[in-house]
Ligand binder design. Structure first.
Ligand code: RB9
Length: 328
């Protein structure tokens, strides 16, 4: 089988939301290659924590409670959720898992309550970091992968318009040139890979360094790189500065932003400057940068700002996992 689903950007491309059928309900979930739990808003939640989201109905005929199973997840930004576990049929654009662990929330943090476009998350990192106790559950991809035409999924994220995720096949209309594959280190449960040199601006002349180990994370909006690369980038943005009140680099919204070329698997991938204007700060005419430092995160994260510039293939067809990138 295969699956194809639209990925709809929220405001400022903060996250990408996809329709998922669970039993007889359709919920809109944030597909997240940076975590491994499929969790949803549910009828078990206090109404004070729900702001228009669709709630998974745990009383529906097809939902089977997994007694004694609970989950609790917290993300690096301090947000989180927790609840209990059901099994139900989950269909993503035609790819169907007949008995998938659906983690029904009994409580979510304010970040999720206020993210009114999302009814939950569908984790696509490795099942080794699934947060269900006493027994970790498999991700949707792990549940269905043996029944897919090919054991892979792809992400095509777009700004200002729907992108797509596919399961089981590569859509050759989504990219140009060839796909560059590189090995994945999933020892921490993420789609980890090694990034090489970078250059700021098309000049090709100015500063280059190397980035090192990184993760491909559709669930994180921005790109978080080592300090040296970030300082080198913003040294080319006139009027930019680090704002401790805003918690990152900002610049005049009128600033012209250079591109950033990152070498992965020996191929240079260009992130256009426009990707690095994330959103207005709301004060003065300054905008918040889509590229920020990874200090305090402990990971170099290639989030949506990078993934919007490429077609990404999350591939387990070779036995050991690999990730592929192609220009789009
Ligand atoms: O958790 C994920 C992917 N799921 C995100 C789901 C989600 C978390 N709030 C959400 C809010 C709305 C929708 C989805 C989410 N990725 C990773 S790997 C390492 C870190 C990390 C570790 C330590 C410190 C910081 C990050 C994160 C992280 O917290 N990213 C989110 C973020 C990163 C930076 C700033 C804000 C958020």
């Amino acid at each position: 089988q295969t699956g194809t689903v639209a990925a709809n950007p929220e405001q400022y491309d903060q996250a990408y939301i996809c329709p998922v059928t669970i039993g007889s309900q359709t919920l809109h979930l944030d597909f997240d290659t940076g975590s491994s739990d499929l969790w949803v808003f549910s009828n078990l939640m206090p109404s004070s924590e729900v702001d228009g989201q669709t709630e998974f109905n745990t009383n529906s005929a097809g939902a089977t409670k997994k007694d004694g199973y609970t989950w609790s997840i917290s993300y690096g930004d301090g947000s989180g959720a927790s609840g209990v576990v059901y099994a139900d049929t989950v269909n993503v654009g035609g790819a169907t898992a007949t008995s998938q662990a659906v983690e029904a929330a009994t409580s979510v943090s304010s970040e999720f309550t206020s993210d009114t476009g999302s009814d939950g998350l569908l984790g696509l990192a490795f099942s080794s970091i699934n947060q269900v106790k006493p027994t970790p559950q498999t991700t949707f991809f792990d549940t269905v992968k043996s029944s897919l035409e090919a054991e892979l999924f792809t992400a095509d994220l777009q700004s200002n318009g729907p992108g797509s995720y596919t399961f089981g096949y590569i859509d050759s209309s989504k990219y140009t040139g060839s796909i560059t594959y590189t090995a994945v280190d999933n020892s921490q449960g993420f789609w980890g890979f090694t990034a090489g040199g970078y250059t700021v601006g098309g000049g090709g002349s100015n500063s280059t360094g190397t980035i090192g180990s990184a993760i491909a994370d559709t669930g994180t909006s921005l790109m978080y790189l080592p300090t040296a690369a970030v300082q080198s980038y913003y040294s080319q943005v006139s009027g930019s500065s680090y704002s401790s009140s805003q918690g990152g680099y900002i610049f005049p919204c009128s600033a012209s932003l250079p591109s950033l070329t990152v070498s992965i698997g020996g191929h240079g991938f260009v992130v256009p400057g426009s990707n690095f204007n994330y959103s207005p700060t709301g004060s003065g005419n300054t905008c918040f940068g889509g590229l920020q430092e990874n200090t305090g995160i402990g990971f170099t994260i290639f989030g949506d700002v990078f993934l919007r510039a490429v077609y990404a293939i999350f591939d387990e067809t070779q036995g050991s996992p690999r990730i592929g990138f192609a220009a789009q």
